[in-house]
Design a protein around this ligand. Structure first.
Ligand SMILES: *[C@@H]1O[C@H](CO)[C@@H](O)[C@H](O)[C@H]1NC(C)=O
Ligand SMILES: *[C@@H]1O[C@H](CO)[C@@H](O)[C@H](O)[C@H]1NC(C)=O
Ligand SMILES: *[C@@H]1O[C@H](CO)[C@@H](O)[C@H](O)[C@H]1NC(C)=O
Ligand SMILES: *[C@@H]1O[C@H](CO)[C@@H](O)[C@H](O)[C@H]1NC(C)=O
Ligand SMILES: *[C@@H]1O[C@H](CO)[C@@H](O)[C@H](O)[C@H]1NC(C)=O
Ligand SMILES: *[C@@H]1O[C@H](CO)[C@@H](O)[C@H](O)[C@H]1NC(C)=O
Ligand SMILES: *[C@@H]1O[C@H](CO)[C@@H](O)[C@H](O)[C@H]1NC(C)=O
Length: 331
């Protein structure tokens, strides 16, 4: 009797404890989930191979030049359609744009381009590799800032935008440079998707993307904070790739999901989900994969999102996926 009571009490206590914990966790859940910052950028795994080398003409140590305070530096807004990705021209038609910032020193006449992009191309940041020898899906999803000398006027202006949006002092530039380095060391991975509850403007945002245009917005905000005045004659629109879902559920990380036998079913489900999206497929495989992907996302209304190196389940809802080219005003 005594013994049973004790057991009941323990389980009751455990239950209350767990329930309190769950309630606590849901109360503390912040939307959008904050993008995780790291102390420093880890070494890249040698499995990840870049199709194009990252930042080939940038400084090897990622240093930005020092500007004299007497200098006046012009700031340019740069935007161009993404052509080089696997689907070619298609992405230009969907207004998938790449954004960057240009600088030009009036004292030296030298100009520079600054951008933030994937180390191993967009596909590898959006979907993982399923490697037979490793149980967890394997992500080559680092992104980083690249600063290099020169502005390729033709590249930016011919099909995109090259517009001067302001001027800053050498001091402001140097302050921005310190911030860029810190931002680059602590924000290490690319996130393609923005996840929200519905298309309407006052929808809840569950997750923010972390991509080239977000870097441009952060930099503009930093420049404004340092006192710069930025303005554009035209509407400043950027590409956003949206997923629509109900409230996401936290699932766990690699070790909790793929390192525990009790989570086998979930682990298998995540594998199955990413199978249609694997890189390097033949066209026939790709056609089947599109069908498979459609079934998962639209018919089963399910998506496994990888964010902050953790998995979340998204209960998908119409219109499921959208690519929008929307205005984000200068600060
Ligand atoms: C993606 O990653 C694989 C393996 O790391 C690599 O071979 C490939 O070049 C990368 N890029 C693309 C576009 O698949
Ligand atoms: C950002 O980090 C990448 C990867 O380590 C490096 O190649 C690049 O030079 C850095 N960029 C800047 C501006 O510090
Ligand atoms: C950048 O410098 C190059 C070479 O001097 C020049 O051709 C180009 O017009 C400059 N672009 C801008 C936006 O200042
Ligand atoms: C501009 O777009 C056309 C196709 O519409 C393409 O042939 C050309 O190479 C593009 N120019 C640049 C500089 O990317
Ligand atoms: C925004 O929210 C308000 C109140 O919550 C609602 O009345 C309104 O219809 C919403 N707007 C849109 C465009 O959904
Ligand atoms: C994964 O999650 C567990 C439980 O929350 C935690 O103890 C562990 O440190 C995490 N692993 C990594 C690599 O973040
Ligand atoms: C730019 O964004 C605005 C509002 O977000 C939209 O109405 C407009 O059509 C967009 N412009 C283009 C060229 O897509």
């Amino acid at each position: 009797m005594r013994h049973t009571e004790a057991v009941l009490c323990v389980s009751c206590f455990l239950f209350l404890h767990v329930a309190a914990h769950v309630r606590d966790a849901s109360r503390r859940q912040q939307w959008p989930v904050p993008y995780r910052r790291f102390d420093r950028r880890p070494e890249v795994d040698s499995y990840c191979e870049a199709l194009y080398p990252f930042c080939p003409t940038g400084d090897r140590d990622g240093r930005l030049p020092y500007m004299r305070d007497t200098d006046v530096i012009s700031v340019y807004r740069l935007q161009t359609p993404v052509w080089e990705f696997k689907y070619g021209d298609l992405l230009g038609k969907f207004d998938i744009m790449h954004d960057a910032i240009g600088f030009s020193s009036s004292e030296t006449g030298t100009n520079y381009t600054m951008e933030w992009y994937e180390l191993f191309q967009l596909g590898n940041c959006t979907f993982p590799h399923l490697r037979p020898e490793i149980s967890a899906p394997f992500w080559c999803n680092q992104g980083a800032a690249c600063f290099f000398e020169g502005i390729d006027d033709l590249h930016w202006s011919q099909n995109g935008t090259l517009e001067k949006i302001g001027e800053i002092s050498g001091d402001q530039f140097n302050d921005m440079a310190r911030w860029v380095q810190d931002d680059n060391d602590t924000g290490i991975y690319y996130e393609t998707w923005t996840v929200r509850s519905e298309p309407s403007p006052n929808a809840t945002v569950w997750f923010e993307s972390y991509d080239c245009s977000q870097f441009v917005h952060r930099t503009y905000r930093k420049l404004a904070e340092l006192g710069a005045k930025l303005s554009s004659r035209s509407q400043t629109n950027y590409t956003k790739i949206y997923l629509y879902s109900g409230e996401p559920t936290y699932l766990g990380n690699d070790s909790t999901i793929f390192g525990q036998p009790s989570m086998k079913n979930l682990a298998e489900d995540i594998h199955k989900f990413y199978h249609p999206f694997r890189p390097h497929q033949s066209y026939v495989d790709f056609a089947f994969s599109l069908l498979e992907a459609y079934k998962k996302v639209v018919l089963d209304k399910s998506f496994y999102l990888y964010y902050n190196f953790e998995y979340w389940h998204l209960p998908m809802k119409p219109p499921y996926v959208q690519i929008k080219y929307e205005e984000v005003p200068l600060p």
